[in-house]
Ligand binder design. Structure first.
Ligand code: HEC
Length: 106
């Protein structure tokens, strides 16, 4: 089981601290330094997980000018999601995904 204490979560937190924390709250109960920026735990719980995966990997900045354009590797995205899963108590693996069209069943 992955949790807030493992290496991946530690790396995820470090990434968020470095790139996101000046605007977004990245902890379990803190307020965002920038009022307009929702705490990342809320974003994590609100957006479909594949949108987060896709968005982080492609660089979230494309959506609005305030945010820096940063592209993360799959491992970094995974670390971020593991960390956010740890602080919210909602494992990324259990987050609902939007329906993927069925492969033709046997
Ligand atoms: C310079 C300030 C700033 C930084 C740095 C920043 N954000 Fe944001 N972010 C915002 C603001 C402001 C919003 C809300 C924008 C809106 O509602 O239009 C936002 C919204 C978001 C959203 C919601 C989706 C969206 O596009 O509206 C996500 C996801 C997000 N940020 C992720 C991140 C991540 C991940 C990082 C670090 C890699 C980060 N942000 C760094 C300011 C920032």
């Amino acid at each position: 089981m992955r949790g807030a204490g493992d290496d991946s979560a530690v790396e995820g937190k470090a990434i968020l601290e470095k790139y996101c924390a000046r605007c977004h709250a990245i902890g379990a109960a803190d307020e965002s330094p920038l009022e307009k920026a929702p705490p990342l735990r809320k974003i994590y719980l609100t957006y479909p997980i594949e949108q987060l995966e896709g968005g982080f990997a492609e660089g979230m900045g494309s959506r609005h000018r305030d945010m820096p354009q940063i592209q993360f590797s799959t491992e970094q995205v995974d670390a971020i999601l593991t960390y956010l899963g740890g602080i919210t108590g909602v494992d990324p693996a259990t987050r609902p995904r939007t329906e993927v069209p069925d492969e033709t069943p046997p």
